[in-house]
Design a protein around this ligand. Structure first.
Ligand code: SF4
Length: 348
């Protein structure tokens, strides 16, 4: 398939017939995944702290150190969560905080080493580029050193969180203290060069334009051309409940399911070098999550034992393994459990 230009992608977002777009994305998905296997991972989110100084206006999860319900999980509390995950056959923890203002590299090294030593079968998919950037700054070392030291202790993969929209004019409005888009890209570049694979994400539905969305996809595609280090792309819509952004812009419209499916299909077509596209049933609900499989997604994400960040902002769906299997079969595809590297572990 010929690579889409920015202009063509923009035209598809604005003018394409939704059904046609789904067909095009499904054809592209079939080229990449001809056996009709749709995967998911059994994992759990562990938000090791909710203390964060970044104060993103779209976030309802963070607390400041002095808040009554601020927390940093102890190693024992983290262990208890991993024990529960092992009981259901899980293989991955999505490990993310807030961006704690005081914790330095040594604390993170101890933590990663502790988990990796005690639970060698668990893959640590952890620390967004925002956290990595701040660990470097507060510890007065380079980002490269943070990544190398955490990798040496057992960090396997980093999540794409914190990308939101890779446009500084959007970031300046919704998350003015967050790292700039080129810093986000560069941290993933450095991780990939060290052999740490990652995922790319996009949160849309705030103040961005269609052009900003295309620019975001272009930055992801371009880094992927350079490094090949993104395993997957995951996008979701802004979840507005309890957020500062909604207080500031109360008439902000919730993005529709149509918009989600449309953007997902365009992402599948534009990101011709990213093998896996996840459906975000956590934010869109099981039905649209399932529909996404007809719009280019080949992965249903996670069974989500625990999800704090998005649920703080109103997305409260949880889905067990059986339901994932059912949803995948229901659209005529073959369900399979995967690991972080998208290798098949179990078929149904
Ligand atoms: S989205 Fe992340 S970085 Fe931003 S305030 Fe919430 S926890 Fe902090």
């Amino acid at each position: 398939m010929k690579r889409l230009t920015k202009e063509e992608a923009l035209d598809l977002i604005r003018n394409a017939d939704l059904k046609e777009l789904g067909k095009m994305a499904s054809e592209r998905k079939k080229e990449l995944h001809p056996k009709g296997v749709t995967t998911f991972v059994v994992d759990r989110n562990i938000n090791y702290t909710n203390i964060c100084w970044v104060d993103c206006k779209f976030c309802a999860f963070y607390r400041h150190e002095k808040d009554e319900d601020a927390y940093v999980l102890s190693f024992d509390e983290i262990d208890a969560k991993i024990d529960e995950l092992l009981e259901i056959g899980g293989t991955q923890i999505l490990f993310q905080g807030g961006v704690h203002p005081k914790l330095k590299i040594e604390w993170y090294e101890d933590l990663v080493e502790h988990i990796h030593t005690k639970y060698p079968t668990i893959t640590i998919h952890g620390f967004s580029s925002i956290e990595i950037d701040f660990i470097a700054r507060v510890s007065r070392i380079s980002v490269q050193e943070v990544l190398a030291r955490l990798k040496a202790k057992g960090l396997a993969s980093i999540p794409g969180a914190g990308a939101e929209i890779l446009s500084d004019k959007v970031r300046d409005i919704i998350a003015p203290k967050k790292i700039d888009s080129d810093v986000w890209i560069d941290i993933h570049r450095q991780a990939h060069k060290l052999g740490i694979m990652s995922t790319a994400t996009m949160m849309y539905g705030t103040v961005e334009t269609d052009e900003d969305i295309i620019d975001h996809l272009e930055m992801v595609r371009s880094l992927q051309d350079e490094t090949g280090g993104f395993r997957a792309f995951i996008m979701w819509s802004f979840q507005s409940d309890n957020t500062e952004l909604l207080r500031q812009i109360p008439d902000m419209e919730k993005p529709s399911s149509n918009r989600y499916l449309r953007l997902l299909a365009v992402a599948r077509l534009y990101l011709d070098n990213v093998p896996n596209i996840q459906s975000s049933w956590v934010t869109q609900g099981p039905y649209i999550g399932q529909m996404a499989l007809k719009f280019g997604a080949n992965d249903l994400g996670s069974t989500m034992m625990e999800e704090n960040v998005v649920s703080s902002a109103g997305a409260g769906f949880t889905m067990a393994k059986d339901e994932m299997v059912h949803l995948i079969r229901d659209v005529g595809e073959h369900p399979a459990i995967r690991n972080t590297a998208y290798e098949i572990l179990e078929r149904f």
